[in-house]
Design a protein around this ligand. Structure first.
Ligand code: ZN
Length: 153
């Protein structure tokens, strides 16, 4: 699993999950990767997060004889990052109310004190997200990995 920092032409930043470096290049070049905020397909890669040294420039060295692959620190860092991300997404799913297509409506009602303040999640079109931002209502995109979608309800 390869986690890459991506950016669209509108400067929205998000993470993309790919099977491999080649898979990432191929999906991006074919326009299969969309920005979760504005659905832009002009996606470019950002340098990997320096804190984890996941730079694609340094390909993992072939395992040294006698050294188990699990001891590879880069692989461990990736696995740890993946676990952290899944945990964070699970927490958001557990602590928010799924309002589905009524997301923009509910966000507005909370903003204008017509509904109790709480964490909500749901679907919103790029236009709705833009309109909410203009009214001073902040939202953030959450990319839910397919593995968690079955348990999201
Ligand atoms: Zn975007």
């Amino acid at each position: 699993m390869k986690v890459l920092d991506l950016r669209c032409a509108q400067d929205h930043r998000f993470e993309g999950w790919f099977a491999s470096e080649d898979d990432a290049q191929s999906q991006i070049s074919r326009g299969l990767v969309q920005c979760p905020v504005c659905a832009d397909q002009a996606v470019t890669r950002l340098p990997s997060a320096p804190r984890l040294n996941l730079s694609g420039a340094t390909a993992p060295a072939a395992p040294v004889a006698g050294k188990p692959a699990e001891a590879d620190p880069q692989r461990q860092a990736q696995a740890a990052l993946q676990a952290l991300y899944l945990k964070a997404v699970r927490q958001v799913l557990a602590q928010t109310e799924d309002v589905g297509d009524r997301f923009a409506e509910e966000a507005r009602r909370m903003h204008y004190d017509e509904a109790p303040e709480r964490g909500i999640r749901g679907k919103a079109s790029p236009e709705e997200v833009r309109a909410l931002a203009e009214e001073g209502i902040e939202t953030f995109p959450l990319v839910v990995p397919d593995a968690l979608k079955q348990t999201a309800h």
